[in-house]
Design a protein around this ligand. Structure first.
Ligand code: GLN
Length: 224
């Protein structure tokens, strides 16, 4: 695995409201209110992207990009409001902060949510419609090998846990990977629009940082 975030290509390149990405590469935060924070932090440090926990508006100010992890989107939604992070996060998203949402993180970043709680917030950062817990009780968790556009070196092992399905794709949203559902329909599970990347599964659980590298590529691309 190469250390994308540590390459010189990211040096002094992208800018954020908090300043330039330094020579050591971007500082990517993991929203640490609930969910699988630790495995993302481990992968980010392995990729030279200086993973740090984000629990406060001050910590959000200090990062160049953010991962919103899998967990429980209704809980993260509530904690975003009580932590005071909601408005600062909306602002950073509107300013184009590169953000990677996995599972619950994908649900939060979506424009529309089906089967959400009535008080569940939407960050409306990527023009997709998602359905929570869409795989149903019998197959609510499964693992599969996925070909993902932009991920080299063979399929990515993907762990789906009470995963959402993407039911609507807006104009300008790229689909990077799909799975065939139990009813035989091919549905998107990795999507990208501008600075936002989302995956319906938990890429951090397989210990494979290649999808994180696709996300970190965003900082390199901004420099070109
Ligand atoms: N079903 C969860 C939710 O609604 C997401 C599950 C996950 O992140 N593994 O937030």
């Amino acid at each position: 695995m190469s250390a994308v975030g540590a390459t010189g290509a990211a040096a002094g390149a992208a800018t954020s409201p908090t300043g330039s990405v330094g020579p050591a590469g971007p500082t990517v935060g993991v929203l640490a209110l609930q969910g699988d924070v630790r495995n993302h932090l481990t992968l980010l440090s392995g990729l030279g992207a200086g993973g740090v926990e984000v629990r406060t508006p001050e910590q959000l100010d200090a990062v160049d990009g953010l991962i919103i992890p899998g967990g429980e989107s209704t809980t993260i939604s509530l904690l975003l409001q009580t932590s005071g992070l909601l408005e600062p996060l909306r602002k950073r998203l509107a300013d184009g902060m590169p953000t990677f949402g996995t599972c619950a993180g994908m649900i939060l970043l979506a424009a529309d949510i089906s089967d959400g709680r009535p008080d569940q917030l939407q960050l409306d950062a990527i023009d997709i419609g998602v359905r929570r817990n869409a795989f149903g009780r019998q197959v609510d968790s499964f693992e599969t090998d996925l070909d993902v556009a932009g991920v080299e070196g063979g399929p990515l092992h993907a762990v789906f846990i009470r995963a959402p399905l993407v039911e609507r794709i807006g104009d300008g949203v790229e689909v990077l990977a799909t799975v065939v559902t139990p009813s035989g329909v091919s549905m998107p599970v990795v999507c990208r629009q501008g600075s936002i990347l989302v995956a319906a599964f938990h890429p951090e659980l397989a210990g494979d940082g290649r999808l994180h590298q696709v996300f970190l590529q965003r900082f390199t691309d901004e420099s070109s």
